[in-house]
Design a protein around this ligand. Structure first.
Ligand code: SF4
Ligand code: SF4
Ligand code: SF4
Length: 130
């Protein structure tokens, strides 16, 4: 991103139809019945990147050395990122109950998120550099 100071978390949205899971050719991805999070079987993942292409937000991250995909697993239902954020009093991340709306709408690319944030922080003029 060209706009300075734009940093943001880029999380899995747990899309209701899980396109990443559908796209995996070796069934390395599954959905946790308890949390709805995507679970990666690292032993099975072949690092093909098809789940990244299938994700509307390009959220799965390919580990640069291990060549295995990384996706937020909600820490098994106890998100540590939320804890740290709350303990640090930033209060940006919160746990909210699952609602009756499309979660896929939250699966957005880093470019889309950065552009929106830049508009909020710098206004339309600042955003044209993103
Ligand atoms: S990168 Fe791994 S998890 Fe993603 S589609 Fe390929 S094999 Fe499946
Ligand atoms: S946001 Fe991306 S990684 Fe998460 S469930 Fe949707 S397609 Fe999969
Ligand atoms: S700390 Fe846990 S819940 Fe937060 S993004 Fe990482 S895996 Fe997901």
């Amino acid at each position: 991103m060209l706009a300075p100071g734009i940093e943001f978390p880029h999380f899995c949205a747990q899309c209701e139809d899980y396109p990443c899971v559908e796209a995996c050719p070796v069934n390395a991805l599954s959905v946790s019945k308890e949390t709805g999070a995507v679970i990666v079987d690292s032993n099975t993942c072949i690092g093909c990147g098809k789940c990244i292409d299938a994700c509307p937000g390009r959220i799965p991250h390919l580990h640069p050395k291990e060549n295995k995909i990384l996706i937020c697993d909600l820490c098994g239902g106890d998100p540590q990122c939320v804890k740290v954020c709350q303990e640090g009093l930033w209060n940006v991340l919160r746990i909210v109950p699952r609602g009756n709306y499309s979660y896929k709408l939250y699966a957005r690319t880093p470019e889309e998120i950065a552009r929106d944030l830049a508009v909020k922080i710098f206004g339309e003029d600042g955003a044209r550099y993103v």
